[in-house]
Write a protein that binds this ligand. Structure first.
Ligand SMILES: [Zn+2]
Ligand SMILES: [Zn+2]
Ligand SMILES: [Zn+2]
Length: 437
């Protein structure tokens, strides 16, 4: 049906009557999605009514708002023609999370419901529900219906991809599930792979050692902070060492319960530098009463992975101190490593309050602040100032999956922010870190 042209854009077509004007669907939609400050009441609302040559809100025009949601009466978060995004989301989620036994939102998933419905941008959650292939929503529905358990274990046999990780983050952030740590979760599939070729008895022993000793320690570490990549690598090395020791026993046709100190000493002689790794297995054999006769008397720290002569070290220090063409965070990170033997993981986690500036610059690695050489102090001040600009994020954990509250800018982005490249690049990502420049 055609009528007079749109009062705002002159387009012909079927138009809505707003006050004394007829406007087209496009203009109506624009007014709804782009509210402005009303010159009448000062509130931010859709301005679509001409009163005394000014465009004002429905209230100031003295009419019922045609933009209001028919369910909740609000004009914000436009979504469909009649209802707002939040009301639409509430209905869809209530259906998705319905527990068939009660007819209500599943009691354990209620925090997810509240979080999504209450999010600042309900449109984003509506989009997430509609997006194909809809992995997250489908899993939530299965959890609500009781088809799969509301537990981390339910994710064990599912792909470890962004969609699944995101849902787990959501469940953890809302307190439905315990916090989880991707580096720990990846241990189980890795373990299954390395144990697959082993004889049944050995696989079982290593599996128990891995779960009850190695992975358990990693879980304990999460209560003090995040699990670093170095920690995850170390855990895998301990498990590999256990596997190799068992392979030696197998070679001699000896069961683990019957292994003697002589076998262990032979293993240590054949694998210099593995003492620390196998010591943890031996300790577990003892505590689990699998074999209480073995001991690792002295733990051989093994050769360092990278060796640097004194001359090379001082040349490196000279270079880092005086080469202004290098980025200051690279220089500081390198100097902390060369001069104070600080591992990269610790440097990356440094906070601005570990650096105090004044007549001299002090940096605190442990309990006692260390006064920096003036050249190093100058670099430190640079880093500190840059860090102070980002005080609001006191500490950025490398690779840590943050609660999705940090994700409110958009669903599904949280995972992408976690996969940082290795090495010094971390330093530049650490906003709020003392050496962020
Ligand atoms: Zn128009
Ligand atoms: Zn107004
Ligand atoms: Zn509504």
């Amino acid at each position: 049906m055609s009528g007079p042209p749109c009062a705002w854009c002159s387009r012909p077509g079927y138009h809505t009557l707003l006050g004394a004007e007829r406007i087209c669907t496009g203009c109506r939609r624009r007014a709804h999605y782009h509210p402005g400050q009303c010159p009448g009441c000062g509130r931010r609302r859709p301005l679509a009514f001409r009163v005394a040559a000014r465009r004002v809100c429905a209230g100031c025009a003295g009419v019922d708002s045609p933009f209001a949601c028919t369910q909740c009466g609000r004009e914000d978060h436009p979504y469909g023609a009649r209802r707002c995004a939040r009301c639409s989301l509430r209905e869809r989620l209530a259906e998705l999370l319905r527990d068939p036994t009660t007819g209500q939102v599943h009691v354990r998933l209620r925090p997810v419901f509240d979080e999504l419905v209450g999010s600042q941008r309900p449109q984003t959650a509506v989009w997430w529900l509609r997006k194909t292939p809809g992995v997250g929503p489908a899993l939530l529905a299965q959890m609500a219906s009781g088809e799969i358990a509301i537990a981390h274990e339910s994710f064990a046999d599912l792909p470890q991809d962004r969609a699944h990780d995101w849902l787990r983050d959501l469940l953890a952030a809302t307190g439905v599930l315990e916090p989880w740590e991707p580096r720990i979760e990846r241990m189980t599939p890795w373990l299954n792979t390395v144990l697959a070729p082993l004889p049944g008895q050995h696989a079982e022993t290593v599996r128990r050692f891995a779960h009850w000793h190695v992975i358990r320690k990693m879980r304990q570490a999460t209560t003090h902070g995040h699990v670093s990549q170095a920690m995850a690598n170390d855990a895998r090395r301990r498990i590999r060492d256990a596997i190799e020791f068992l392979a030696l026993l197998d070679h001699h046709g000896v069961a683990i319960a019957d292994a003697t100190q002589d076998h262990l000493d032979r293993y240590l002689a054949a694998h210099p530098g593995r003492g620390r790794g196998v010591a943890s297995f031996v300790a577990w054999l003892r505590s689990s009463r699998t074999n209480t006769t073995l001991t690792v008397a002295w733990v051989d720290p093994g050769p360092p992975q990278v060796t640097v002569s004194d001359a090379q070290r001082w040349a490196g220090v000279e270079h880092l101190l005086h080469d202004d063409s290098l980025r200051s965070y690279t220089r500081l990170g390198g100097l902390f490593t060369l001069l104070f033997a600080q591992p990269l993981s610790r440097i990356v986690a440094m906070r601005t309050d570990q650096v105090t500036t004044g007549a001299a610059v002090h940096v605190r690695f442990g309990a006692v602040p260390i006064q920096m050489h003036p050249d190093l102090g100058r670099l430190g001040v640079l880093g500190h100032r840059a860090g102070l600009r980002h005080q609001e994020s006191r500490r950025v954990r490398e690779g840590r999956p943050h609660a999705h509250r940090a994700d409110r800018r958009g669903f599904g982005h949280g995972r992408a922010q976690r996969s940082h490249p290795a090495g010094y690049h971390h330093l530049s990502l650490g906003q709020g870190n003392a050496i962020y420049v």
